[in-house]
Design a protein around this ligand. Sequence first.
Ligand code: BG6
Length: 486
Amino acid sequence: MVIFGASGDLTHRKLIPALYNLAVDGLLPKDFAVIGFARKPKTNEEFRNEMTEAVKQFSRTKPIDEALWERFSSTLYYHQGDYSTLADYEKLCGTLSEVDQNHNTQGNRLFYLSTPPEVYNAIIKNLGESGLGKQDGNMRRVVIEKPFGHDLNSARELNEHVHKYFHEDQIYRMDHYLGKETVQNILVFRFANGIFEPLWDYRYVDHVQITVSEAIGIEGRGGYYENSGVVRDIIQNHLLQLLALTGMEPPVEFEADAVRNEKVKVLKSLRVDSTNGDGTVRGQYGPGKVDGKVVLGYLQEDGVSPESQTETFLAMKFWIDNWRWAGVPWYVRSGKRMPKRLTEIAIQFKKPPMNLFSESTAQTIEANSLVMTIQPDEGIALKFSSKVPGSGENIKPVVMDFKYGESFNVPAPDAYERLLLDCLLGDPTLFTRADEVEAQWQIITPVIEQWEDGIGSSVDLYRAGTVGPKEADDFIKADGRRWRPL
Ligand code: BG6
């Protein structure tokens, strides 16, 4: 496996710890080695030492198994090179041949692009021109991290560029949300149970709410975030994936293309609401307090322009124009510096068709909801009404609660562990296909373009540590509904 961007944060925090944990679980092939490729000069020894620190800090399993790490780290190599210089890739061929000899890796290669997106084109081209991408009886695959393009045109161009050198079945576009256990469980919950799917449509569902709320800010990534905003950082990829998995039809089989075909279909039926403004509410966090700690406002963060209009919060309303979801609104929201970390998908059902109880009791009856908590506190909860014991006619909502932590006594692997393993095994089910990533941009690009043209919602301030701007509440209240409390 060759990691481009080996000095970067992702390599330290996620990739090497995930590989090490695969080794701990006995899932990594015995004949395996990693070459870190980056610009800074560094020896193998220095790279190994850095990775030792990274694994000590970020590994899921602790303490580190010294003997295993000793073995694993001896398979780490460093190759200094410039991403846009072909000669450096020719040299890389030499390093790879050496590694093949030392580790019996037989010419199989997984290239991981963990660099800033500006150098994706150069890396892909050089992999192609140096012959490294050519699959000739052995395995040659390329993993591309997000962001995949910054709008529809750039995503199309990037797809065309990659397709010049790699076949679609060699390309693994990463969206780490798909590697989360709870996200994979959406399809299992829907399609391995008989009782939920009959309720999963316009006849019983009033609306759906998807929330990706984060307590963290932009974590020193001002330069990146200024050009991204929450719309590109979360909504276009992670959140639309959650929506697609929740809204898609059952695939004909549980196989990569069958699953992705259904996701593409639902994404193509997705429409941003335009009955009330542009169907969006944008916000930006000001100074405030999160978890009792005073935090800066977005405009005071490093790398952010003092006049920035970048949104750190976004609420949107969608429709899915197909038979199943006709007339069911989908409300989504995501923001940084909200009160807590929470990702959930809530299916809000309709109220019973008539009231059998007294007027005052009827007031207390809440509609049923089914909430899939993706993180933290992973689980699924079904809320229904129950009689309060006693002679009166009191009704209260109660909850049937499934918690992963309580039901399964095994720790969940990190998303990157599952996804890296799938790349090695050649299973692209949990990766975004070319047409899928374009379908995602097709929905989001017109929204961004409107904002750029000064049309649509303004960017409203919210205090850090609050649930977003007041306008987001008004937005959903206009439909007679409320956001779920976080
Ligand atoms: C990343 C975004 O893709 O996802 C970050 O760039 C965000 O801004 C992160 O914080 C959230 O991922 P997770 O797994 O912590 O929910």
